[in-house]
Design a protein around this ligand. Structure first.
Ligand code: ADP
Ligand code: ZN
Ligand code: ZN
Length: 734
């Protein structure tokens, strides 16, 4: 007979806690797993989630405390989702209480879940002439917005999200509701008729959709490998339409952070005449909770969301889609460091549904899975609209004069586009950026004498350091290979480039799109629209520009400095460069106009770059995989990174050295421990960061070692202010 309940409680401890059932509910089994409860914890009360019941408590009966309150009548977390969370806590070695807290929308972290309020409002038809609102401009604005919606969409209703642009809209709507002019609409408006609106698929689209749809009801992984513009979205839509509409199931569609645009959601709403909800971490708590509830109860049939949406409960899951599966935003980089793509696969296997990973530039991990037969590859080799793929030209800039980083050839090509009133997209790679010093004359990069890795320039003291072995030296005056004195740090920022362009082309309209220029909410969307409607001539941007967007008038893409990525000490950097170059190339020549891609480099014979330019991404991927295999890096090995940071360098190093010694005391067949070494960005915000890298060929060996090791590491007494974190399957070694 079960006596205690195991509860996941948020906190730093990597374990569950035992409680007696709440007073009045004698049988522990009355509280099924997934139920939220309030429990006494130390001196406070916290919200936890029941994981299960046990007959055999680990703590003595006298010290057991009771659950204070049960918060759900029906579990907030269905069993299969709870299994995913437990698996993830175990795999990522993160406290289960924190994992559960990450998964729950903020609205469910505290109290009893509120009854979902109205999501949309509509005109009742009783509204008097708008002159009656002359003294209530906000109410007038609400009425005007509703009338505008009626004119455009045929239905006089608006979601609250759309009303939010009106300042103080809530009291205005309430006042109008009291007058009886507007009323809440319980269900979200369904803008489309009962018919799906999906383009007639071409043959490869139809084959791919058939393959996915026929896998209904069981776990099966697919890689939808389709070149940019091949119409992957249509394949998702057809598969969803079949599995969701006829089979009455639900689909979960994950998109990268910057892929979740109003245009994408509109495309889904237009194509699929079923309730669709949107989930992302930036949305207001109340709205997120309503999406969560709609998915949990089965009211919404398609859930579109970013990374954290992988934890959305589904009553009748039928299909999981991960669009642009290679995108780094699927990896959470702080706190609970999970990969939503990997968890999507695990979830598919726990729920027994097919999972589609889609990309024009699949991650090497996913390509490896498909080669190993664990994921079926579906190809879309042609662009759907018949537009041709642009060619990629490697432009050797060694010994060439550069203006703001641009060669004469690129400047001429830009000039030509300006004269033809076409657009140019100039791309600057910033991800994983580390300042590496390169010889402008021969392309040689400064390397460590003790190992094969590139030296990183620390500007503060003008010294070069190896982030692999820790060796350091002063800046050399001359190139060791050709004796040239023209040694330069690679890469330049978007801002410098945009300024340089404005100087060179004073009449051109330059639009800079990067993290800084799009910090304000809605700014990215506004800029993308400006880029599309032709109110800019030159688009300068980072990876934010690389994907998803359709700029029909862009006919030239310039990659200003490919070397920054090729020479980065991060082993994944070349993969990112190839993905970005291919994706930005995919922005060119989408319309009727043909496109050209110019990649500036001082390494024109770099084998990965030449494979990419000559034969395209698949050839690059094959080459890169062979390299990874040779040096035993993922996907041919598993990595774990233990990071530490503190205000003094010795503190983080000391902690990591202790962790390394603890590893030495454990039996660890096949697990290598490397470091500690300083992080690529060693100093950040006045803190020193360092890391210890673990590598193993087998996941089983690695996991068996991690369990006891992490427990010991967590028990190490650390100096004040030291923070550490564990990253299983890190995607950036920084
Ligand atoms: P991807 O995501 O693979 O880059 P998209 O899904 O954005 O490609 O599709 C590219 C363009 O081709 C879109 O404008 C889309 O509407 C169009 N398209 C897709 N499939 C078809 C089709 N079968 N017939 C005509 N146009 C299509
Ligand atoms: Zn070294
Ligand atoms: Zn040189």
């Amino acid at each position: 007979m079960a006596r205690v309940l195991r509860v996941a409680v948020p906190g730093p401890l990597r374990r569950w806690f035992e409680y007696l059932p709440p007073a009045g509910e004698s049988a522990a089994g009355a509280l099924p797993p997934g139920t939220r409860v309030r429990v006494p914890f130390g001196g406070s009360v916290r919200t936890g989630v029941v994981l299960g019941a046990s007959d055999d408590p680990e703590i003595e009966a006298g010290r057991l405390r009771r659950i204070a309150e049960r918060l759900d009548d029906e579990p907030s977390i269905p069993p299969s989702l709870l299994r995913l969370l437990v698996w993830a806590a175990d795999y990522y070695h993160h406290p289960i209480g924190e994992v559960v807290r990450t998964a729950l929308p903020a609205g469910l972290r505290r109290a009893r879940s509120a009854a979902p309020a109205a999501r949309a409002w509509r005109l009742t038809g009783k509204a008097a002439a708008s002159s009656a609102l002359a003294r209530a401009p906000r109410q007038a604005a609400v009425i005007a917005a509703l009338e505008e919606a009626a004119r455009r969409g045929g239905e006089p209703c608006l979601a609250e999200t759309r009303l939010r642009t009106i300042p103080k809209w809530r009291p205005a709507v309430r006042a109008l509701a009291r007058k009886g002019w507007v009323e809440p609409l319980a269900a979200p408006p369904s803008p489309a008729g009962p018919e799906s609106k999906i383009a007639t698929p071409n043959e490869s689209q139809a084959q791919a959709a058939d393959a996915i749809a026929s896998a209904a009801g069981a776990f099966r992984a697919f890689l939808l490998d389709g070149v940019t513009g091949s119409g992957k979205t249509e394949v998702y839509l057809i598969a969803i339409d079949r599995l969701v509409r006829s089979g009455a199931g639900q689909a979960l569609v994950l998109v990268p952070e910057i892929g979740l645009t109003p245009q994408l959601v509109a495309r889904f709403r237009e194509a699929l005449p079923v309730p669709i909800s949107v989930v992302h971490s930036g949305m207001p708590d109340g709205e997120r909770l309503r999406s969560w509830e709609a998915a949990r109860t089965g009211t919404s049939r398609v859930v579109i969301g970013t990374r954290s949406a992988v934890f959305t409960p589904l009553r009748r899951p039928a299909l999981i889609v991960v669009d642009e599966e290679h995108d780094p935003s699927y990896k959470q980089q702080e706190g609970f460091r999970y990969s939503a793509r990997d968890l999507a696969l695990m979830r598919g296997s726990l729920e027994g549904v097919p999972v589609v990973l889609g990309s024009a530039t699949p991650s090497l991990e996913t390509i490896h899975l498909s080669t190993a037969g664990r994921c079926r590859r579906l190809r879309l080799a042609e662009r759907a609209g018949g537009a041709r793929m642009p060619g990629i030209v490697l432009h050797d800039v060694r010994r060439q004069p550069l203006a703001a980083g641009l060669s004469e050839r690129l400047i001429e090509a830009i000039d030509e586009r300006l004269r033809r009133r076409e657009q140019t997209l100039l791309f600057v790679n910033r991800r994983g950026f580390a300042p590496v010093v390169i010889c402008h004359d021969c392309g040689e990069a400064m390397e460590c004498r003790h190992c094969d890795s590139r030296l990183v320039l620390h500007r503060a003291d003008r010294r070069l350091r190896c982030h692999h072995c820790g060796a350091e030296q002063g800046l050399p005056v001359r190139c060791g290979a050709c004796d040239s004195a023209d040694l330069v740090p690679v890469g330049s920022g978007t801002q410098r480039l945009a300024e340089g362009l404005s100087e060179r082309f004073p009449s051109a309209r330059v639009l800079r799109i990067d993290r800084d220029s799009t910090r304000r909410r809605g700014e990215l969307d506004r800029m993308v629209r400006a880029a599309r409607d032709g109110s800019a001539d030159l688009l300068v941007g980072t990876q934010m520009l690389a994907k998803g967007h359709d700029f029909p008038r862009v006919t030239l893409v310039g990659v200003v400095d490919a070397d920054a990525g090729l020479l980065s000490p991060d082993f994944r950097a070349p993969e990112r460069v190839a993905q970005l170059v291919t994706q930005v190339a995919g922005r060119a020549g989408r319309g009727a106009l043909a496109g050209e891609v110019i990649v500036q480099t001082r390494r024109p014979r770099h084998p990965l770059l030449t494979a990419l330019a000559r034969e395209g991404y698949p050839a690059f991927a094959a080459e890169a995989l062979a390299e990874r295999d040779a040096v035993r890096l993922p996907p041919f090995a598993r990595l774990v990174l233990l990071r530490a940071e503190a205000s003094v360098r010795e503190a983080s190093n000391g902690f990591l050295a202790t962790a390394r010694d603890l590893a030495g005391e454990l039996h660890r067949p096949g697990v290598e421990v490397m470091g500690p070494v300083p992080s690529p960005m060693e100093r950040q915000g006045g803190r020193y960061r360092a890391q210890l890298l673990l590598r193993a060929a087998s996941r089983t060996n690695l996991q068996a070692f991690l369990r006891p090791w992490v427990e010991r590491v967590a028990g190490v007494r650390t100096p004040r202010g030291l923070r550490w974190s564990l990253d299983v399957d890190p995607i950036e070694l920084g």
